[in-house]
Design a binder for this molecule. Structure first.
Ligand code: GUN
Length: 305
């Protein structure tokens, strides 16, 4: 069998179009423009790339983008003061603090200082609790993107057996909650799980979010299962030759070995072009949702969990 390749790039473009349509309607009917504030502390190159991309896509869908770039040695008190200002700014409907933060700042304290209604990352302890108890919340963007792809593929997820590999607060745990909410039978596996291949082989749905390049191979996959690969790992690619300064070129791979998994799976997301583009699309979707809720307006259908 050769698996269907799930095109996350095209799906994300479709989500952005839906977001843009809602933004147009909010402006025309209510004179409201959704606004997203992104805060970056320090100069981490990968974070800078993400923040630039978020800002660009925010503007492209017609929303306001507020970027706050702070020095690496910004104090926790200064960051908390900025969050307080953003919490009280009516033009800001979503707040995202780019992680990781420098080690002198307590990330949990900072995230829990965000107004939960503006917490478009869904990391505030209130949102975590609401999601865990099946109540309306802001949902973390990457798991929400995976859920959208799975719902689109299957229609209903009810009764499917799902294995989530990885137990992070950002992906693994909320992903498991979302799948449970859609009536899957969910197992959370991780690096210490005994006989991980055998556990994964039970699953109709495999979500891989462990951060280990190409760890999941085709012999782990039940024939016809759907594989969602959240991993983004850069590995050396000697076959591509050397860079100008004599170093091995690199390529991006997921947590799944695409070639062998695609021989067995029914469908699989590629890396790049699978889950990755969905994350920012869902951030924009969450910002529109937060804006609608803040203004007591009907929220977009199909863009929330
Ligand atoms: N850094 C890596 N992923 C994320 C994310 O989803 N949200 C935030 N705020 N920072 C990140």
């Amino acid at each position: 069998m050769t698996a269907l390749r799930i095109d996350g790039k095209a799906f994300a473009a479709n989500v952005r179009t839906q977001v843009a349509e809602h933004v147009t309607r909010l402006k025309a009917d209510h004179d409201i423009t959704p606004g997203l504030a992104v805060v970056l502390v320090g100069e981490d190159p990968a974070s800078q790339v993400y923040v630039r991309s978020k800002g660009k896509q925010t503007v492209e869908v017609g929303m306001k983008s507020f970027e706050h770039k702070l020095d690496r040695d910004t104090t926790e008190a200064d960051l908390l003061a900025l969050i307080d200002r953003l919490n009280n700014d009516p033009a800001v409907h979503g707040i995202l603090i780019q992680l990781p933060l420098p080690s002198h700042i307590d990330s949990d304290l900072v995230i829990n200082a965000i107004d939960p209604a503006k917490d478009v990352d869904g990391f505030h302890i209130s949102n975590v609790g609401l999601l865990g108890t099946g109540q309306k919340s802001m949902v973390p963007c990457t798991p929400l993107g995976c859920l959208m792809l799975l719902r689109d593929h299957f229609g209903s997820l009810s009764g499917k057996s799902a294995v989530v590999i990885g137990r992070s607060n950002i992906v693994g745990k909320p992903m498991a909650q979302l799948l449970l909410g859609d009536s899957c039978t969910v197992t959370i596996a991780h690096s210490r799980t005994a006989d991980l291949p055998a556990v994964v082989r039970q699953a109709d749905i495999v979500v891989a979010a462990v951060g280990r390049p190409e760890m999941v191979t085709g012999d782990w996959i039940k024939p016809g299962a759907v594989v969602v690969d959240v991993g983004i790992n850069r590995i050396e690619a000697p076959e591509k030759g050397l860079t100008e300064d004599g170093k091995a070129k690199t390529r991006l791979v997921g947590d799944c070995d695409y070639a062998s998994c695609a021989e067995v799976a029914g469908a699989i997301t590629p890396v790049p072009g699978g889950v990755g583009p969905m994350t920012i699309a869902c951030l924009l979707a969450n910002t529109v949702t937060a804006c609608c809720r803040a203004n007591g307006l009907a929220e977009p259908q199909g863009l929330t969990a």
